[in-house]
Ligand binder design. Structure first.
Ligand SMILES: [Zn+2]
Length: 295
């Protein structure tokens, strides 16, 4: 769910950043910029939907909304604990945003600052990892991977005469009499999602994007302003699309646009010109973008 798509300053049509990823019954809120609380309302996202908050870096367009969102989680007395990940070097910014004004704390908020590349959390059905990015302030991208599993094949179950409670038994125990789980199932590759915000090209961008089903990535600038992008630690539409092409990304979501551009279609044209042939979305506020179907 896209809550906002503007870089630096909101416009009449774009709120500051904000994205809610729904993943197997969990909600992960990425980079809540200013106004995120109201965008949640407009998008039908409740404070209860948030289990985890991931901040890439402490610029306002990625974090000013934290104060409001955290207070709302407490006001609504969300019944589960919430975890927050953010660059450890920005602890003082997190502290200020968390305690920006007076309110009653009713919900445990677990602070889990990120200081290096690697796994940061194991959710119910996924692994959350980070990679360092390259921006004027310390910035980390996030990657969510579901472990590979196996999918039961009804025809093969029928061929071996396995039905009812025996299906669960063979799933749990790996075999049933002379039949193994491999005989009646096929590999089911886990799904993968990556979130890459505010960075120039660097190894972390490629590592995060590798083989993803969906990549949400900043393309602040158009290709003609590549110099500007590199100087300020940002990407162009063409650069983001080339990363996605080389990484084999299935669905590319471009966002975080500079207010200097008026025609979103130009981002799409430049991404296609860079050779990306998968599914492509130029994000707009309040857009819902489904993960691609499993391979
Ligand atoms: Zn930004």
């Amino acid at each position: 769910m896209v809550l906002g798509t503007a870089s630096q300053v909101p416009t009449r049509h774009r709120n500051h950043n904000g994205y809610l990823l729904r993943w197997d019954g969990e909600g992960i809120l990425f980079d809540p910029g200013e106004g995120t609380q109201r965008q949640m309302l407009r998008a039908g996202v409740a404070a209860h939907d948030i289990n985890r908050i991931c901040i890439t870096h402490f610029h306002g367009d990625h974090s000013l909304g934290l104060a409001g969102v955290i207070q709302r989680i407490n006001l609504d007395q969300v019944p589960h604990p919430v975890a927050a990940h953010y660059p450890a070097s920005g602890q003082k910014f997190f502290d200020r945003l968390r305690y920006a004004t007076a309110y009653r704390e009713t919900v445990p908020l677990r602070e889990e600052p990120v200081a290096e590349d690697g796994p940061v959390a194991q959710g119910g059905s996924y692994l959350l990892e980070t990679r360092r990015l390259s921006h004027p302030v310390e910035s980390f991208g996030y990657r969510i991977t579901e472990p590979d599993g196996r999918r039961m094949v009804p025809e093969r179950l029928a061929r071996h005469g396995i039905k009812g409670p025996d299906v669960g038994r063979i799933q749990r125990e790996g075999r049933l009499g002379g039949v193994t789980l491999e005989d009646v199932s096929e590999p089911r590759p886990g799904q993968c999602f990556a979130f890459v915000m505010d960075t120039r090209l660097c190894p972390g961008v490629h590592a995060l994007a590798e083989g993803c089903d969906m990549l949400v990535i900043e393309s602040t600038f158009l290709d003609e302003d590549e110099r500007l992008a590199t100087d300020h630690g940002h990407l162009t539409a063409g650069q983001a699309a080339r990363v996605a092409r080389e990484a084999g990304v299935r669905h590319l979501v471009l966002t975080h646009f500079s207010q200097r551009y008026t025609d979103p279609a130009e981002f799409e044209r430049q991404a296609r010109a860079a050779g990306f042939e998968g599914e492509l979305t130029v994000a707009a506020d309040l857009m819902r973008v489904p993960l691609p179907k499993r391979r």
